[in-house]
Ligand binder design. Structure first.
Ligand SMILES: Nc1nc2c(c(=O)[nH]1)N[C@H]1C(S)=C(S)[C@@H](COP(=O)(O)O)O[C@H]1N2
Ligand SMILES: [Mo]
Length: 443
């Protein structure tokens, strides 16, 4: 019903103009979809989903070894956020492809759920008085960490994969510390709300705001009054609560289906409609698979990779310089390995061929049974990939190569000619291209 005074028939008595409701007034929020159960269903999905995204994210830090000293160093006296860091294994070889594909794909697919969950509790953000008690104050602080944290993580994560490292270098600490801030709020929130959410879910069907339903349609344990998220004066429903959940689910599924293809190549990658940069055709043939950064884009010129190129080996035996022909004359080995980028995309297995890192370690004077880690340098001068480091367990693995060829042909310039690193289960970022120097024990 419309109670506004009509212009054609001015009211007889002096009107007391109805004040428009403010967001702090529960009656301001009129969607009949809001209700405890709607929020509870989304909350439980996020409880499981975001926990898995958090855990796979932490794994990525162990794999990437970002050296966040002094707070989170990998050294024995590393800081307290690094309590869980461990030597990332090289088995199974697809480990990082799985964990990081999951992290990025599920993180993106949960965006509609996070937005719906925030929408479902908007009235709470405006509730007055802002603080009712000490417990309530603590709860609101945890909400600040939670909401601020989850939005920060989603935004930095998406920007990082869409805009080619918008925060070069600083993305890693930002996203890492942001994750812990988020998780602190998440744990507090789950501990406070889980009992209520479970009770709401158990209390019967997800009764909707079906036509004629309204706020009372949800039968909370103590009656409709218990549903403090339901609007006290709901508007006529246009969609049921189930329908609204289905819309959120469809949004999630859409994100999932348009993202998951990134973890594959061939026709499946073409389904990754939301895939970002660099999806220009890598061409066909042996080198026709996904390229992260082309040689041209980082200023690597073909001339510096040919005749004058030498690999400088460092180690106990002193400095040794090797030409590509000398490397090809060493024992060659083949490894079937994918490249799995921190951005969540991956290639299928490629057949890499080259010299074992541990053979190079021995040549550099290191013990064959316990080679140390290696410091890797690239001739690339532009960008942040000049150097990288591999751990001793990665050098020891016989599948870890200084690759010279791929799929039966020489590496293309874009895939790292004349020589690149390839290591099982390692994040793509450790597979340095255009290698010029390997210093064993240098890490
Ligand atoms: N020198 C150098 N090495 C590099 C990179 C780079 O930009 N420069 N990108 C790294 C990243 S992030 C990934 S995912 C892989 C991608 O390898 P590809 O371009 O051959 O697919 O190379 C890694 N090695
Ligand atoms: Mo990458």
């Amino acid at each position: 019903m419309d109670h506004r005074p009509s212009l054609s028939e001015p009211p007889k008595s002096p009107p007391s103009p109805p004040l428009p409701p403010l967001p702090t007034d529960p009656g301001f929020w009129r969607s009949p979809v809001r209700g405890v159960r709607f929020t509870a269903v989304l909350g439980l999905v996020l409880l499981v989903g975001l926990t898995l995204v958090f855990v796979t994210g932490l794994l990525s830090y162990a794999a990437y070894n970002p050296d966040l000293a002094p707070v989170n160093d990998k050294t024995p006296d590393r800081g307290w956020l690094g309590f869980y860091l461990f030597d990332w294994p090289t088995d199974p070889y697809w480990l990082y492809r799985l964990t990081q594909g999951f992290h990025v794909t599920v993180g993106i697919a949960l965006i509609p759920v996070v937005l719906a969950k925030l929408w479902s509790v908007i009235p709470r953000f405006f509730a007055l008085p802002p603080v009712r008690s000490l417990a309530h104050a603590l709860e609101r602080i945890s909400l600040l960490l939670l909401v601020g944290g989850v939005l920060f993580e989603l935004i930095t994560g998406v920007l990082n994969i869409q805009l080619e490292y918008l925060f070069p270098g600083s993305f890693y600490p930002l996203h890492f510390y942001g994750a812990w801030v988020f998780f602190a709020g998440f744990v507090a929130h789950a501990a406070l709300k889980l009992p209520k959410a479970l009770a709401a879910i158990r209390s019967g069907e997800l009764r909707s705001a079906r036509p004629g339903g309204g706020a009372g349609a949800y039968r909370a344990p103590g009656g409709p009054a218990d549903d403090d998220l339901a609007s006290p004066r709901p508007a006529a429903p246009t969609v049921s609560r189930r329908g609204a959940l289905a819309v959120v689910g469809a949004g999630s599924l859409f994100m999932l289906l348009t993202t998951a293809g990134r973890s594959f190549d061939g026709p499946l990658r073409r389904t990754a409609l939301l895939a970002p940069h660099g999806w220009e055709d890598p061409g066909s043939g042996p080198n026709g698979f996904q390229i992260n950064k082309t040689a041209a884009s980082v200023g690597v010129r073909a001339a510096e990779t040919t005749d004058a190129w030498r690999l400088t080996l460092g180690g106990p035996a002193g400095e040794i310089r090797l030409s590509r022909a000398q490397l090809l004359a060493m024992s060659q080995h083949t490894s079937e390995l994918p490249i799995a980028c921190v951005e969540g995309w991956a290639t299928s297995n490629q057949s890499w061929r080259g010299v074992r890192l541990r053979d190079l370690a021995v040549l550099a004077g290191c013990p064959a049974d316990s080679p140390p880690g290696v410091f890797v340098e690239s001739l690339q001068r532009r960008g942040s990939f000049r150097t990288g480091a591999l751990r001793d367990n990665q050098v020891r693995d016989g599948r870890s190569l200084l690759a010279l060829q791929v799929n039966g042909a020489d590496l293309s310039l874009d895939h790292g000619f004349p020589a690149r690193i390839i290591v099982p289960a390692a994040p793509g970022v450790l597979n340095t291209k255009w290698v010029t120097a390997l210093t064993f024990g240098g890490v």
